[in-house]
Design a protein around this ligand. Structure first.
Ligand SMILES: Cc1cc2nc3c(=O)[nH]c(=O)nc-3n(C[C@H](O)[C@H](O)[C@H](O)COP(=O)(O)O)c2cc1C
Length: 390
């Protein structure tokens, strides 16, 4: 499967075209809108999220709620577009209109794509960069992830994203009773944290950062349960599932690091405290006594839960401005703000969940794919049976 996204932050709409989705999958606009609403929530989001109520429209590839096997096109309108038709329209404008707009951006914001993008594409108006580099694009990544999650649900694979840390506050209670419980509790938390007390402290940390005109980042975790053994491969570098997952998480705006299982902690430990011993029992077949490697060995799923973590830097647009240089005057200035979130870690956990779901669904469809969801399901069930009996 593959997908492309298109659309500017204040353009008329965001679009994704998803190709290679098996036929026969039950999906509705409501399934996608449910995920889009999850991305919009979270303590610390700015005014833009109050303006937009993201709703996806399926414009091809689905008939009577079943996928056809043909490309699926999804569009999400930007409500704010009505205020931007002149500034962001595709039609030509006169020089006079251009000077009237006075909305040329010549002041790059530190931590954003503004300056590098402007130099790279020779844009004197940095709006041409920020409109596309904006995390508004993650809306349609979540839409594509919603389709992936529908595929995975059919195959008994569950994906759940949640927040482990915001600023200096870490979740202490992280051991969840079941993935369903994890999903239920984090869905009710304004910061998507399983540890309610830590969640309260996270909200206070966000409020404090906001009051100081600052921003904070954090760590999100995505868990995938119900994986068959052997998804991905050790035979070639670009088939390793962990490398694909890492790239997917790092491709999310503001994500700066990825780890699996105990991750970077492994550096300071002995091998005997890192590797997971293999055990066998009649009912489950082969499992691991622990899951410190996060469900991945040799670039393949072990059948244990996949545990991926990503670190998000604090949002770069600050009400407390950072120094930068105007590209027209070469004079220093303090970077002013566009509407901005003070913390988007809760929303980013939904985006990370979608990105991981996409990679897992893609790898599973590639490995077990037969163009039809029911036959993929049969193949996955056979694989699960085979590995139990192996
Ligand atoms: C869900 C989400 C929302 C974001 N919201 C904002 C925001 O309101 N303001 C901002 O400056 N950056 C925001 N970002 C981060 C920027 O998009 C990102 O830092 C920027 O595009 C530069 O890319 P880089 O940090 O990956 O280098 C957000 C990121 C995510 C994932």
């Amino acid at each position: 499967m593959r997908y492309l996204t298109a659309g500017e932050s204040h353009g008329p709409q965001l679009t994704t075209i998803i190709e290679g989705v098996p036929a026969g999958l039950y999906i509705t606009e409501e399934d996608i809108n449910f995920e889009l609403a999850r991305r919009q929530k979270g303590h610390g989001r700015g005014r833009r999220m109050q303006i937009e109520t993201d709703r996806a429209k399926i414009t091809s590839g689905v008939r009577h709620a079943r996928t056809l096997g043909s490309p699926i096109a999804l569009v999400v309108e930007n409500k704010d577009w009505t205020h931007w038709t002149k500034i962001m329209g595709a039609a030509p404008i006169t020089e006079e209109e251009e000077s009237e707009m006075k909305r040329q951006i010549s002041r790059p914001r530190p931590g954003h794509a503004d300056l590098n993008g402007a130099i790279k594409y020779n844009h004197r108006d940095m709006r041409n960069v920020l409109e596309r580099s904006s995390a508004r694009e993650t809306t349609v990544r979540v839409a594509a992830g919603a389709v992936a999650k529908k595929i995975l649900a059919e195959l008994g694979i569950t994906v759940a994203g949640h927040v482990l840390q915001i600023g200096g506050v870490k979740a202490e209670k992280t051991a969840y009773t079941s993935i369903e419980d994890l999903k239920r509790v984090t869905e009710e938390s304004p910061v998507r944290c399983y540890d309610e007390e830590a969640g309260r402290q996270m909200m206070a940390a966000i409020d404090e950062a906001k009051a100081n005109g600052d921003s904070i980042g954090g760590i999100v975790e995505v868990i995938v349960e119900g994986m068959p053994v052997g998804v991905g491969s050790y035979v070639h570098y670009d088939r390793k599932l962990d490398s694909k997952l890492a790239a997917a998480v790092l491709s999310i705006n503001a994500f700066k690091g990825v780890e699996f299982g105990i991750g970077f902690e492994a550096a300071g430990k002995n091998g005997s405290d890192v590797h997971d011993e293999i055990v066998w029992d009649e009912e489950k077949g082969y499992t691991r006594a622990t899951n410190r490697l996060g469900g991945l060995e040799g670039g393949m799923s072990t059948g244990m839960p996949i545990v991926v973590r990503g670190v998000m830097k604090p949002i770069p647009t600050l009400y407390k401005p950072l120094k930068s240089v105007d590209i027209e005057t070469k004079e220093p200035f303090s970077a002013s703000i566009e509407r901005s979130d003070s913390c988007a870690v809760p929303a980013a956990s939904v985006v990370a969940e979608a990105a991981v779901a996409w990679e897992i669904a893609n790898a599973v469809v590639e490995q077990f794919g037969l163009d039809q969801i029911d036959r993929i399901k049969e193949n996955v069930e056979n694989m699960k049976k085979l590995s139990r009996e192996f």
